[in-house]
Design a protein. Structure first.
Length: 385
């Protein structure tokens, strides 16, 4: 393409017989009229041509901001530091608000922050967020993950959007917790999806606040058409829209996508669950669809082959598949098997209560209680039996 441009310039200079001004006008028209050349021209302008400026930017990003040299080099190709003195003030401002070196490195994904004036630009925004109720530690967590938020307009973007979220969630504490859980709530692109998906939930009578508080990302990342399909599908499975299980089911289907969802369903079918048993399990514990295929197979192998359960029995307690097998399921089942073998508990023991109990409660009820009759229980629990 550059060769074609060179040939065109030669034709203009050789045959055009015009002045240098005419030649310049012709060259500019050639660039502006060609989309590819126009792109090349613009991208060239965005890369610093002054080696001194580039060197200063790289040096500042590495020595003052803590970026690795390779990251500083990449950043310097599209960002040029113009005022190191102001940048020093910005870094001091961030450090005074709790940013450590790790947070500053993350914040430099948006190096334009170094160009903002601390007193007239950054301070009003931080003051607003602090007055709203965000703690310094929460602000550090949120802004280091999404530093672009500090570049937004306080009056036109930050304040109105916080107010919009409060209209959905109702309490400031939950607004703060939701944003702290996912900065997707603050990003302009996802704000549009959020508004559309909220409208879908309201149309179907689903609790908006529950989904935003627990799974804010699910509301933001799903395209509106896909989100409506998911909500309608979950409703059709028999979930009550007012329950937390409905919310969990929606976020599971959103995060998985259709192909991954179908793949997980096939895994459960191949391990012995009927369609009705799968739906029953999913209604009881939607998170059973969020675990890996490897963990699903490991669970069935343990409960069916090692403990002799029927696959249909697992569908009544799908939460068992979600537990940590090495740290929770296997040690507790080892204790229960010892107790069963000694006749200290009945065979119809409620496994659900034993596996669900807190560690303190489990030890009290099934280990400490029988330490005289079965001193080996603690060894079984610790995996040393």
């Amino acid at each position: 393409m550059l060769r074609l441009l060179r040939e065109q310039l030669l034709r203009v200079s050789t045959h055009g017989g015009g002045s240098s001004a005419a030649l310049e006008t012709s060259c500019l028209w050639s660039i502006r009229g060609n989309p590819l050349l126009k792109s090349i021209s613009h991208s060239s302008e965005s890369i610093p041509t002054d080696p001194t400026s580039s060197s200063l930017t790289i040096s500042y990003l590495t020595t003052s901001c803590g970026l690795p040299p390779e990251s500083a080099l990449r950043t310097s190709k599209w960002f040029t530091l113009k005022n190191p003195q102001n940048a020093d003030l910005v870094l001091d401002f961030l450090r005074n608000h709790g940013f450590d070196q790790t947070h500053i490195v993350k914040a430099m994904r948006r190096p334009q922050l170094l160009e903002l004036h601390p007193e007239s630009n950054l301070k009003p925004k931080m003051d607003f967020l602090t007055r709203y109720g965000f703690s310094d530690s929460q602000l550090v967590n949120i802004l280091s993950r999404y530093p672009r938020f500090l570049s937004s307009s306080l009056d036109n973007q930050i304040a109105p959007h916080i107010e919009f979220l409060e209209s959905l969630i109702e309490t400031k504490e939950d607004v703060i917790a939701s944003i702290n859980r996912s900065t997707y709530l603050l990003r302009p692109f996802y704000q549009k999806r959020l508004a559309s998906n909220v409208s879908t939930l309201r149309d179907l009578g689903v609790s908006v606040s529950k989904l935003i508080i627990r799974h804010p990302r699910a509301l933001c990342v799903a395209a509106p058409t896909r989100f409506r399909e998911v909500v309608v599908a979950v409703h059709g499975m028999g979930f009550d829209p007012s329950t937390l299980e409905f919310v969990e089911a929606v976020q599971a289907m959103v995060r998985l996508g259709k192909s991954s969802w179908d793949g997980k369903v096939e895994v459960y079918n191949s391990l012995g669950w009927s369609k009705d048993e799968f739906l029953d399990a999913f209604r009881r514990k939607p998170a059973c669809m969020m675990i890996s295929e490897k963990k699903i197979r490991r669970g069935f192998e343990f409960f069916v082959k090692d403990l002799g359960w029927k696959p249909s029995s697992i569908s009544k307690y799908p939460v068992f598949l979600c537990y940590n097998f090495e740290k929770r399921v296997i040690p507790r089942c080892s204790v229960l098997q010892v107790l069963l073998s000694k006749g200290l508990i009945k065979k119809d023991i409620i496994w659900y209560s034993a596996l669900k109990a807190s560690e303190e409660r489990f030890l009290e009820r099934f280990v400490t209680k029988y330490k005289e009759e079965a001193p080996e229980l603690m060894q079984a629990y610790q995996g040393m039996a």
